[in-house]
Ligand binder design. Structure first.
Ligand code: 5GP
Length: 138
């Protein structure tokens, strides 16, 4: 399957739709997930266009994992989470809903069950506060 540049993350990368940005450089954008599975659910999005991991350039994958590690540590520090899940879905039957490669960084809190994938929308003010708090840990 081919890459469709009208996907929502491509629109965010082009600045056509707003996002709660945590970090951005020439290669990647990091933002808060607006339907978070837990408080602090963050997405790492390489800028180079690919549908998912299956069609991504290996160089993109090599470059993104150190950033995922950095963001995971910052999310842990900012949220005081007890653990972190790193998740990535490939194609709709596997749970992918946005077809531009992204890696989920999902904090886990002891004794708190995780929300459903693609659940309720978070409060904008809370997302803005979280984005700032995570960015401050970078
Ligand atoms: P996927 O299921 O493709 O792995 O994950 C897509 C993620 O993007 C979901 O967790 C969903 O909550 C999130 N999402 C969908 N639309 C938007 C949006 O417009 N802005 C942001 N920040 N996240 C979105």
């Amino acid at each position: 399957m081919s890459y469709d540049p009208s996907n929502i993350f491509a629109k965010i990368l082009r600045g056509e739709i707003p996002a709660h940005k945590v970090f951005e450089d020439d290669t990647a954008l990091v933002m808060m997930d607006i339907f978070p599975q837990s408080r602090g659910h963050t997405l790492v999005i390489p800028k180079v266009a690919s549908r998912n991991l299956l069609d991504a350039d290996p160089a993109t994958l090599s470059a993104v994992i150190p950033l995922v590690q950095k963001i995971a540590k910052a999310v842990m520090a900012a949220t005081k989470a007890d653990g972190i899940r790193i998740v990535q879905f490939n194609e709709a039957p596997a749970g992918q809903t946005v077809f531009h490669l992204h890696i989920h960084v999902i904090p886990v809190y002891e004794g708190v069950s995780m929300g459903a994938h693609g659940g309720g929308q978070a409060d904008n003010a809370e997302l803005a506060t979280l984005a700032k708090a995570i960015a401050a840990q970078l």
